[in-house]
Design a protein around this ligand. Structure first.
Ligand SMILES: Nc1nc2c(c(=O)[nH]1)N[C@H]1C(S)=C(S)[C@@H](COP(=O)(O)OP(=O)(O)OC[C@H]3O[C@@H](n4cnc5c(=O)[nH]c(N)nc54)[C@H](O)[C@@H]3O)O[C@H]1N2
Ligand SMILES: Nc1nc2c(c(=O)[nH]1)N[C@H]1C(S)=C(S)[C@@H](COP(=O)(O)OP(=O)(O)OC[C@H]3O[C@@H](n4cnc5c(=O)[nH]c(N)nc54)[C@H](O)[C@@H]3O)O[C@H]1N2
Ligand code: SF4
Ligand SMILES: [Mo]
Length: 794
């Protein structure tokens, strides 16, 4: 009889972090099962169930290796080395770069925390970067999380990539009357959300899905808006326009909690300062309008109060002292009114009556909550789209209200990242409002730093997972940049095309082989209360080490041990947990986790602060920012006017004839990003990359379902198999990125990541046309054409 152990924990393979029980037979990890006793344990997806295949895979990296041949040689000549050799060589190379160019010349990167377990070590990796003096972290935020977690800070003042939703505020699905999924398909991408939504639909919650494809919960939605990829901003303005015109909005919330009442000068577009009409007045004071007195009403953004606590007019258009002004809200309402349902229908390729239907549902079925993700993230207009959606949401008045998007409490932990060095991150000068403000940089900024030395030289790269040559645009430029680095080290579970260009590769342990702290599971109050110190299911294979271990070890070799408890992870964990009152011992004794007492408070903006003023919002005006004056200062629009995608038919009419289709992309149910194609139970059911086409678009090109096709854009061409999807607009095509890996066990091929005969979808996308605020690449709206290939690619 085998010795069977059943170990509670969670699946760390994606952001859902499903509560699970790992089954271990005679020391071998053989199965992963759901653990319904955990708040995220209702179900597991196929990837989670394939976890033993991943852990036990024959291609796992088991030892540190160094390359012995030049970069660019088809055979890197990997040679096994010891951990001591690997860490010493890495530390020496990084120190040499820091001596020559300064520590900022070493960039750091990590795989997205939404498709890997690198968040387990995220704070420690950032701590390592800060301690070393690094200021540039590539963590994919420019294409994943900027819209939901950062752009919305310019509206609500909050945002955290950890708890997404409305920039830090998670949808209260259990209590929502209406939920909007905007470019987000949790049935494939976050099982725990999907489960909660299905339950809420049973009790009568209304659902609106904005997605070019009728996929996942779009099939159960009360309203499915088949938006043209990249036109979401216009749709948000149009829906808001109907809400405002019909009075379907929370006027009191906008008056009291948004900067909508503040007067904007018609001549400059800046807020009117009191000092401009009352010389000698406090220069910090802004102005609204007192309708009863027909007089200016001073507003102090430091306290969030209007003089005398008089209620301001929301939509005034006065000319105090002859200075023509309009309130921020009046300007926003005028912008929205330009987006009539008919114009939205033409722009977004949806039916005009759906605009009104959406507005009605959002208002009448409140409380309304929303979650916007990848569908609105990967465009040249992502920032303003996220702003437009957030303002539409503000109209509901449901922010931080029960059944709305709630800023959930979390267990208190010590900050482990430590302060960032002062040196500016790459991209900050060009895009001061973008990710660089938070020391987060794009791949293109790194490539430019390496290849062109601007704004300064990047000579080294430390990567914890990730596969940027597949996951970001312009992989060929990326390959040139990787090859031109003085030194790169990459920690991973498997070799991948990006790691192939490193000097040293380190074997990383999988989440099933490591202990990790999960301080809350985000999707609900109950899930947030669950703190788990996930226990290893089996020991790491070979010489693999956890990312946390690697960060601590590397820090010590770099002479930074004093910042890393001399390599003692346990001491670090104890420090991190201290404010919570929890200890590692207590958590280990309860491997499924401990529920801490958390109390959700709503409408925290109305709670008084120490001085007796309402807390308001953490924005420059202390209110929800309908009008973001800070954008104006940096040459961006303070209201989210809609700009067409830069590589779209409207912006590039000269290309529209040769490239008549709009190309977008979506996640694969069976794989995370560029991973998992090597797992037999998954790959068996999805052998080849697919491109979804409308049957009429296919027929017009002589393409049948299953045919191999070539996808061409102005930037390149790659291959996929046609899959017919009648739910698409005939002019939209939807591809899959991340295809390169073979799966020998089922005889499924690999694909050359850099060749036209391969399937790297992101070779089709350039890195020159990006969102002006965030640098986001248009991975989900580009121009393309598709043609049938005579036969399967070699
Ligand atoms: N066209 C198109 N492109 C896209 C997207 C899209 O929708 N369309 N989506 C984008 C999004 S949202 C994202 S987040 C990015 C993702 O891009 P990446 O973050 O580059 O993610 P992956 O491609 O999954 O690569 C993850 C790598 O990390 C390794 N890994 C997994 N777990 C661990 C771990 O615990 N530790 C370490 N050290 N390594 C680990 C894996 O083996 C793999 O090699 O791609 C984006 N690219
Ligand atoms: N199975 C699986 N799960 C994953 C991942 C994975 O790769 N596979 N990756 C993880 C990661 S890193 C992330 S970021 C999350 C993301 O999870 P999601 O946000 O759900 O990811 P996507 O499938 O890229 O995009 C969601 C939807 O947006 C639609 N869409 C495409 N273009 C547009 C557009 O212009 N506008 C609108 N409104 N919608 C559009 C697509 O059709 C798709 O159905 O998933 C995580 N979970
Ligand atoms: S959805 Fe699947 S891969 Fe993601 S955590 Fe759950 S079981 Fe794991
Ligand atoms: Mo992502």
């Amino acid at each position: 009889m085998p010795v069977v152990e059943r170990k509670p924990g969670h699946c760390g393979l994606c952001i859902a972090r499903c509560g699970s029980i790992a089954v271990v037979e005679d020391g071998r990890f053989v199965a992963l099962e759901p653990d319904p006793s955990q708040p995220t344990g209702q179900a597991l997806c196929a990837k989670g169930r394939a976890a033993p295949e991943l852990v036990n895979h024959p291609d796992r990296l088991l030892h540190p290796m160094k390359r012995t041949r030049p970069k660019g040689d088809p055979d890197p000549g990997w040679q096994r080395i010891t951990w001591d050799e690997a860490l010493d060589a890495t530390a020496a190379a990084l120190r040499a770069i820091a001596d020559r160019h300064g520590p900022q010349a070493v960039a750091f990167s990590r795989a997205s925390g939404s498709c890997t377990a690198t968040n387990d070590a995220g704070g420690w990796i950032t701590r390592l970067m800060h301690a070393f003096g690094g200021v540039n972290m590539m963590n994919n935020v420019d294409i994943c999380g900027w819209g939901r977690g950062f752009a919305t800070r310019y509206t609500y003042g909050v945002g955290s990539v950890g708890t997404g939703g409305a920039g830090g505020a998670m949808p209260d699905i259990d209590r929502a009357g209406c939920l909007i999924l905007w470019g987000y398909n949790p049935s494939m991408s976050r099982l725990t959300h999907a489960t909660a939504i299905v339950a809420a639909l049973k009790r009568g919650m209304k659902l609106i899905v904005v997605d070019p494809r009728q996929v996942g919960l779009a099939n159960k939605a009360d309203l499915w808006l088949r938006v043209r990829p990249g036109s979401d901003g216009a749709l948000a303005l149009g829906i808001a326009g109907v809400m405002i015109a019909r009075g379907w909005f929370d006027r009191d919330f906008l008056r009291d909690w948004s900067n909508g009442p503040l007067l904007v000068r018609e001549d400059t577009g800046s807020f009117l300062r009191l000092a401009e009409i009352a010389p000698g007045a406090d220069p910090a004071l802004l102005v609204a309008w007192d309708a009863a007195a027909d007089a200016p009403l001073p507003y102090d953004p430091r306290t969030g109060r209007y003089q005398g606590d008089v209620a301001p007019a929301l939509d005034a258009a006065p000319a105090p002292r002859g200075v023509p002004c309009r309130s921020a809200f009046a300007r926003y309402a005028a912008l929205c009114a330009e987006w009539t349902p008919r114009r939205v229908a033409e722009t977004c390729w949806i039916a005009a009556d759906q605009v009104e239907a959406a507005a009605r549902l959002i208002w009448q079925a409140r409380p309304t909550a929303y979650y916007a993700w990848s569908g609105h993230e990967q465009h040249t207009n992502t920032t303003q789209t996220a702003r437009a959606i957030s303002l539409l949401y503000a109209l509901t008045g449901c922010f931080d209200a029960p059944g709305g998007n709630v800023l959930l409490p979390g267990v208190k932990l010590a900050d482990i990242a430590g302060p960032a060095p002062r040196e500016p991150a790459l991209g900050l000068a060009e895009r001061p409002l973008g990710p660089s403000r938070w020391n987060l940089v794009s791949t293109e900024e790194i490539y430019r730093g390496v290849l062109e030395g601007t704004p300064y030289r990047i000579a080294g790269l430390v990567s914890f997972g990730g596969n940027m040559l597949l996951s970001h645009a312009d992989g060929r430029r990326g390959r040139a940049a990787m090859a031109a680095l003085d030194f790169a080290v990459h920690a991973d579970l498997f070799m991948n095309p990006s790691a192939e260009l490193a000097d040293i590769v380190l074997p990383a342990a999988s989440p099933f082989e490591t202990e990790a702290l999960r301080p809350g599971f985000e999707v609900s109050e109950a899930a947030q209360a669950r703190v788990q110190l996930r226990q290893p299911v089996v020991p790491p294979r070979g010489e693999a080490r956890s990312d946390t271990r690697i960060a601590f070890d590397l820090a010590c070799r770099l002479g930074l041990g004093d910042r890393f408890w001399d390599g003692d992870i346990e001491a670090g964990l104890r420090h991190q947990l201290a404010p919570s009152g929890l200890t590692p011992e207590a958590l280990r004794a309860e491997p499924a986790g401990i529920d801490v007492a958390l109390r959700t408070r709503h409408r925290k903006h109305a709670e008084p602060d120490a001085a007796g003023n309402a807390q308001g919002f953490a924005t420059p005006t202390c209110k929800v920012e309908v009008y973001a004056e800070g954008f104006l200062v940096h040459g961006q629009a303070p209201l989210p006017g809609f700009e067409e995608p830069l590589m779209g038919q409207a912006s590039r009419p000269e290309l529209a004839g040769d490239f008549p289709l709009v190309l977008t992309s979506a996640k694969h149910t069976l794989f995370c990003e560029s991973q998992h194609r090597n797992l037999p139970s998954l790959r068996r059911n999805a052998r080849d990359p697919e491109l979804e086409l409308h049957p009429s678009a296919a027929a017009a090109r002589g393409i049948a379902g299953g045919d191999w096709v070539e996808i061409a854009t102005p930037r390149g061409r790659v291959r996929a198999r046609a899959a017919l999807n009648p739910s698409l607009h005939p002019r939209v095509a939807c591809g899959q990125h991340g295809w390169w890996q073979a799966c020998a066990a089922v005889g499924a091929p690999g694909y050359d990541p850099f060749a036209e005969t391969g399937a790297n979808l992101n070779l089709l996308i350039g890195s020159d046309l990006v969102d002006p605020v965030s640098g986001t690449q248009p991975l989900k709206s580009y121009l393309c054409e598709v043609r049938r290939l005579p036969a399967r690619p070699a």
